[in-house]
Design a protein around this ligand. Structure first.
Ligand SMILES: [Cu+2]
Length: 141
């Protein structure tokens, strides 16, 4: 798998994609290898640009439980739905959260998704959307 990931306009973290795999097996509580951090009620950066075939790694860098949940009607038509927890629809992801915090990304852990279709992908954190916790992945050819 091509692990190269670059972040437009975020040079300080351009190397994180290279090491994203290691974050999955890491036993440390502090995740340092990721593309998008999740804080109290935000994704940082809120918008990330990648190329087709690249993987975005989200890390919960805060202390609250978060989700990465795509807006089903705000991703490209041909794109596969994605959500932490592996839900195959937005409704399932919401139900899952309400039924015992399904899909949550614990503090210090990561979630990743590979994007195969170009376009804009809007997503949010189920519990913190009311606080404005939304993000966008822009996938270019
Ligand atoms: Cu959240």
């Amino acid at each position: 798998m091509d692990r190269r990931t670059f972040l437009a306009g975020a040079a300080s973290v351009t190397t994180v994609g290279l090491a994203g795999c290691s974050a999955l097996g890491g036993g440390t509580s502090e995740v340092t290898d990721y593309d998008v951090g999740m804080g109290s009620a935000f994704f940082r950066p809120a918008e990330i640009e990648i190329s087709v075939g690249e993987t975005v790694v989200w890390a919960n860098t805060g202390n609250r439980r978060h989700t990465v949940t795509a807006y089903e009607d705000q991703i490209p038509d041909d794109a596969e739905y994605f959500a932490s927890g592996g839900f195959d629809s937005e409704a399932a992801a919401i139900d899952g959260w309400q039924d015992g915090f399904g899909g949550h990304i614990e503090s210090g852990t990561t979630y990743e998704h590979t994007f195969e279709i170009p376009g804009d992908y809007h997503y949010y954190c189920v519990p913190h959307e009311p606080e404005g916790m939304v993000g966008t992945v822009v996938v270019t050819e």
